[in-house]
Ligand binder design. Sequence first.
Ligand SMILES: [Zn+2]
Length: 162
Amino acid sequence: MEKIIIHWTAGAYTPNSVDLKHYHYLIDKNGRINNGIFKPEDNENCYDGKYAAHTGGGNTGAIGIAMCGMYGYSSANNRGGYPLTKIQCEALFSFAASIAKKYSIPIDANHIMTHYEFGLKNPKTTSAGKIDIVYLPPYPEIKTQEVGNFIRNKIKWYYNKL
Ligand SMILES: [Zn+2]
């Protein structure tokens, strides 16, 4: 496995049956990790139909981790719906660190990125224009262009504690 792509589901706070097919791991509101139907290794080959389709144009070799939530949330007034929680975000950072270690994935922008960042780098894929993750509700001071580095720095912090 070569990279980790980080998402939100745009759903409610727990994974539904569609989410479980599309991500390898899903983190609920309380920071609990749910295993998806497919294992990361199923994405070594994405030509057999048996893999987690989380990132259009970028599924091969990519581990998809999603935080459950963001349905109905309004970033304009930071309220409503299912905003990501702080405990959920911290659980993601910590869990991604353990996955990076397990698979020897470097913690840099070429190997660990948000779906949004992948879409920016790959404008001809169906991932172009994806908005996960352009803001983190628990950290409203982090600007869109800083979110990826903020996440990677958090992952590094947890990695160094492993
Ligand atoms: Zn996504």
